[in-house]
Design a protein. Structure first.
Ligand SMILES: Cc1ncc(COP(=O)(O)O)c(C=O)c1O
Length: 377
């Protein structure tokens, strides 16, 4: 079956590209001793975990179902973190996680006794510094609820925890900027870290970006873990899955209301939400920077401002033509929704040996089921 036979919209994950990223992860691990746990919040299409598992040490989570999914489908170490646990959540995940990381001192005090003897206990600290392009995604933003700040720390609590987690980066491609954050952590928290077994430095370190100096990062991580005598972790999501996946769509109409808009059979609001939330236009495989023909690539949702990007092409677009929206895996499939009753993209994986595996497919019954299971009578 050729790819043109697949009905759009669909995601196509490319195994070779995924392995390129994973080989970089392996290099980082070998050179630094850091352990890597996949952040399921970014990517949890478990149908391709068999490709990822041999390279990483486990998974980390941001809510109770992710813990369960990581335990069931990824294996290795399962880290459980949530911004806010209910007591039921803690009881449900305590038996299946290896590390339980609380977001606040009040949650730690309330639930510590439920974890004792079951999992290693950690606390998220907020270092007060960060690398993040947008305020919405900045863990160190004013009044941040993410982690305990230094001046609120009840220091004796370090006797009751095994590790801490800092997450302060968002798509950080600058190794020196990361090392500066690491130095700040070492200075501010170093004396306390020395008492711990492990430290997680969270996600957002873009070590798979072309040209990223992995050896420099590895050396800095190694120094840090030797200095404080801790096992270090990183929690990569985007770095693992970046540049591996296209969202393939079809042009269903072209309208001209002062500017030409090609309307495609997908929508950012339903299928690529971060394009909208972060106002970051998508990139298209078929676009050409100096192309003669410019189009808005418009969504088929009802939201007036819902568009993928503005792009130029060497040839005029045609109805029925397919477009590949690049880099559409991280924080994308995990956020799919049924707004407007649009057809949900299928998921495929282009394997290294040439075959295409079907990973997921949806139909009307899935749409209906998410809306109600029972009706009033
Ligand atoms: C605590 C934590 N760990 C890991 C990640 C994964 O980050 P990324 O996908 O940017 O690597 C995030 C992202 O928000 C996070 O909040």
């Amino acid at each position: 079956m050729t790819n043109t036979a697949f009905r759009t919209p669909y995601f196509m994950i490319n195994e070779d590209k995924l392995i390129d990223n994973l080989e970089k992860a392996k290099r980082l691990k070998e050179a630094s001793g850091v352990k890597l746990v996949l952040a399921l919040k970014c990517f949890s299409t478990w149908g391709v975990f068999d490709i990822i598992k041999p390279y990483l040490d486990g998974s980390t989570s941001s809510g109770p179902y992710e813990v369960k999914l990581g335990h069931e489908t990824f294996g290795g170490e399962t880290h459980a973190y949530s911004v806010g646990y209910s007591e039921d959540d803690v009881r449900e995940v305590a038996d299946i996680c290896d590390k339980m990381i609380f977001n606040s001192q009040s949650q730690l005090h309330a639930y510590h006794h439920l974890i004792e003897g079951k999992a290693s206990v950690g606390l998220r600290l907020n270092p007060g510094v960060s690398f993040a392009g947008q305020d919405l995604a900045d863990p160190a933003r004013q009044f941040s609820r993410l982690g305990v700040q230094m001046d609120h720390l009840d220091l004796p609590l370090f006797d009751s925890i095994d590790g801490v987690m800092f997450h302060m980066n968002c798509e950080n491609k600058d190794v020196d900027a990361f090392i500066a954050l690491l130095d700040t952590i070492s200075q501010r928290f170093g004396a306390y870290l020395d008492q711990l077994e492990w430290v997680s430095l969270g996600g957002g370190v873009f070590f798979t970006w072309p040209g990223y100096d992995i050896d420099k990062l590895a050396a800095a991580l190694k120094d840090f873990s030797e200095k404080h005598q801790v096992q270090l972790y990183l929690e990569p999501g985007e770095a693992i899955i970046t540049q591996t996946t296209d969202l393939v769509v079809t042009v269903v109409d072209i309208v001209d209301n002062g500017k030409k808009t090609a309307i495609v059979d997908s929508a950012t609001e339903a299928h690529r939400l971060d394009t909208l939330i972060y106002n970051e236009p998508a990139s298209l495989l078929e676009a050409s920077e100096n192309g003669e023909y410019e189009y808005i690539i418009g969504s088929c949702s009802c939201l007036a401002g819902d568009q993928f990007c503005v792009a130029r092409f060497d040839e005029p677009l045609k109805i029925g033509q397919r477009l590949h929206i690049l880099d559409s895996a991280g924080y994308t499939m995990v956020k799919l929704n049924w707004f407007n009753g649009l057809r949900m993209p299928s998921v495929y994986c282009q394997r290294s040996h040439g075959e295409v595996d079907k990973i997921n497919e949806f139909d009307y019954s899935d749409f209906k089921r998410t809306l109600s299971r029972w009706s009033t009578h």
